[in-house]
Structure formats: C-alpha cells, structure tokens
Write a protein that binds this ligand. Structure first.
Ligand SMILES: [Zn+2]
Length: 410
C-alpha cells in the first residue's frame, strides 16, 4: 500500500472502532454523548497535524481551518461523525482485506453472512483493492467515517505541503446527520465559507446536487375510552381508525418498497398507542415541491375521510417541513458542481449526478445559503452488516479534494 492508502486505512479503522451512533429518540444535541468521543479525538488529531482555529462547538461540531496558501474562494468540507441508528454499531471490529481476490468475503463473527459481487455489484470492480469491512455483528460505519478519514488525510497532506496552492479551507465534522439534525442554525455563520461539499456519497465519480424534498407527518387519533363490558354504542377504538387510515393510503404506489429513481413516497415509520389514543408517524418524500405537496394532500384527505366516518373521534394531521431538494438553489449557481466535475475529470473519472433518495447535511446547508453538493467516498451497502469500502476508492476521493482546492485557487 502507498503512504496515502496506509494512512486512509489506519484512520478509517481507528474511527470505525469508536461507537458514535446517533439516536433519533434523544432530545439532546448532540443526540448521544458518545459522538463527542469522535469529536474530541478529531480535535486532538487536528491539533497534531497543525490545523488552525480548532473548535468544538456547543452543538457538537468540530471546526478547523487550513490557512490559505494562495488567493481563492473559501471552501468548506464536511463529514459526519455519527453512524446510522438502524443497525448495531457497538463493538465494531473493522478489518482490512488486502488485495481482494474477487471472491466471496466471509465474516468471523457471523458464519452465515457472505458478501459477494452478486450481492454488491460494485465489489466486482474492486479486484486487487484493499477492502474494509466489519466482522459480521455490526455495521462498519464507513458512512461517514470514510468521509472523516478522507478529510483528515487531505488536511494532513495540505498542511505538510504548503507549496500546494489553495484558498482558505474550512473543515466541519458534524454529529447527528443520520437523524437529520446535523446542521445547527449557527453552522452557516460559524463555517464562514463561499460554498462547501459533503464527503458522504457512495460510488466513485458520484457528484450529487439533488436530494429529496422531505416533510414529516404526525397523525393523532383520539377515540372514546370506556370499559369494554359497558362499551356498546359508546366506545370508539382508535386502533381501528388507525388501521382504516393505513388501509386507505396508497398500497400499490407511493411506497418506498415500490419506488425508485425520481419517484417519491409516503412511508409509515411507526405507530404507537392503544384503543383510546394512537399516534402515527410518516415521512413524505419527493424530488419536487408539487409532488411533495400532493403526498401531504393525500394523507390529509385520508385522515379527513376516516374522521368523517366517526364524528366522535378526533383525528389531526400535522405536516412539518424537514429539508428541500438542494437543486432548487444549486441550479441557479452550478459553479461548485462544475468545479467538482472538473476535478473528477482531471483524475480520469466520469462524473455522474444521480438524485439522492435521501438528504444530506448539504441539503439543509444549501437551503440556508451555503451551496453544498455531495461527493463520493466509495462506501457501499451502508447501514448494515455488509457495509464495505475500498481503500483505493477513498484515495481517489482524497485526491478529488486535493485537486478541487487547487483548481479553485487563483
Ligand atoms: Zn452519511
């Protein structure tokens, strides 16, 4: 392995071994204290490599500066330190499979698990690469510790080689991206950049500037509670009304499991309560404002129709905006996207822009006035036990950052 490969593999495995899972149910910021273990380590490592203005904000984001060596715009780079709440992230044992042979990868802690190019087609393109995986019981956390390792490796390289021309670079390591709370309202001002990039994408060459537009919805159903033995003509069971709402919503379209590409969905994420009261949560997603509004209208109409069948019940539907497609802002100024594409082409890559069926910290930042496309890291099969990343792909992403900052310098 080259020096850069060794550094990336060492950083990634060091970061992945630290449990920094976020928790949507927590109301604190950051949502879990363990994320500060990563934040504090990064403060220490940024100090060691000689970064300037290192701060750990009270909202849990680590900020640092790489001072300019040439005139040019101030560019931000972001990666998130939290890992996904959807799968076990405690006790991650990362390992590096050197010179991958193209065959099946097995897992020491779960013999039933295998990773093959059939399951993960990108893996078929990585023969001879050094592949990092977890051990079978946990996710790996390359999402987004691959991004963290890429930023740290590029930062160390730039600080050690001040003859490389670049403008002021700001680094931000955010918590709680996976639960949609990575961008504090103070972050745009604290970051202080002309534009920024998240390193939170997958496949080599992906430069993304479109994300979902997203709303959350809460449906509250209040029935009429009474002893079941005395209930005749009086009880209104909220569970039955919840079931009616679910049954009346689209079943053959507009579901995550039935949609892809540019199609949006209405997704029931959880339902809780009892016969007297029920709470249902939904997420609504679409790439366009009109499509998102339509999904909200459908949900409201279904709630109203079910409420009309039982006037004694009380049904409310509250829709809350979450984030918006960053294309709405980026299409008015494609310079940050074009700069990343130029840098990718200079590395011999064919840049592709696929709409993200999700959101990134960049979606919120862009909406708040900091244009912020998303760049590839190489991570694959994220949020589960088969998550993997190629060290060589991470090196290409690191070189993308190094090339991009030089191209931006005047
Ligand atoms: Zn991520």
């Amino acid at each position: 392995m080259s020096d850069m490969h060794t550094e990336l593999a060492t950083r990634l495995t060091r970061y992945c071994a630290i449990d920094s899972q976020s928790d949507a149910a927590s109301r604190s910021a950051p949502s879990t204290q363990i994320q500060l273990d990563m934040a504090r380590l990064l403060v220490q490592e940024l100090t060691e490599i000689g970064a300037a203005d290192i701060t750990l904000t009270d909202y849990g984001t680590v900020l640092a500066t790489l001072p300019a060596t040439a005139p040019g715009p101030t560019i931000g780079f972001l990666a998130h330190v939290d890992t996904a709440p959807q799968f076990n992230a405690t006790g991650v044992k990362p390992r590096v499979i050197r010179g991958y042979n193209g065959g099946a990868i097995t897992y020491p802690d779960d013999p039933t698990l295998t990773l093959t190019p059939e399951i993960s087609p990108e893996l078929g393109l990585k023969q001879g690469h050094d592949i990092v995986t977890a051990s079978g019981l946990t996710l790996l956390g390359a999402d987004d510790k691959a991004g963290v390792a890429i930023l740290m490796t590029a930062a160390r390289h730039l600080l050690a080689n001040p003859h490389i021309p670049h403008g002021t670079i700001r680094l931000a390591f955010t918590p709680d991206e996976e639960i949609g709370r990575g961008v504090d309202k103070r972050l745009p001002a604290d970051l202080g950049v002309d534009f920024a990039y998240t390193f939170d994408g997958g496949k080599l060459g992906e430069i993304e500037y479109e994300s979902f537009s997203a709303d959350g919805a809460t449906v509250q159903i209040k029935g009429v509670s009474i002893h079941p033995g005395l209930a005749r003509g009086k009880m209104v069971n909220a569970i039955h009304l919840a079931a009616k709402i679910i049954a009346a919503l689209p079943q053959h379209t507009m579901l995550p499991e039935l949609t892809e590409g540019r199609e949006g969905f209405i997704h029931a994420t959880d339902m809780s309560g009892g016969s007297s009261q029920m709470t249902l949560h939904f997420i609504l997603r679409d790439f366009e404002r009109e499509g998102l509004a339509e999904k909200g209208d459908i949900l409201r109409a279904v709630c109203a129709a079910v409420a009309a069948t039982e006037p004694r019940a009380e049904i409310t539907c509250t829709i809350t905006p979450q984030y918006r497609n960053m294309r709405y802002w980026l299409e008015t100024n494609m310079a940050p996207v074009d700069l990343a594409r130029d840098a990718a082409r200079a590395l011999g890559l064919d840049p592709v822009s696929v709409p993200i069926r999700g959101g990134t910290d960049g979606s919120r930042l862009t909406e708040m006035g900091v244009p912020c496309p998303n760049l590839f890291t190489g991570m694959q099969e994220i949020h589960g036990p088969l998550e993997w990343v190629s060290v060589q792909d991470m090196a290409v992403a690191t070189n993308l950052m190094l090339t991009l900052v030089q191209k931006a310098a005047r």
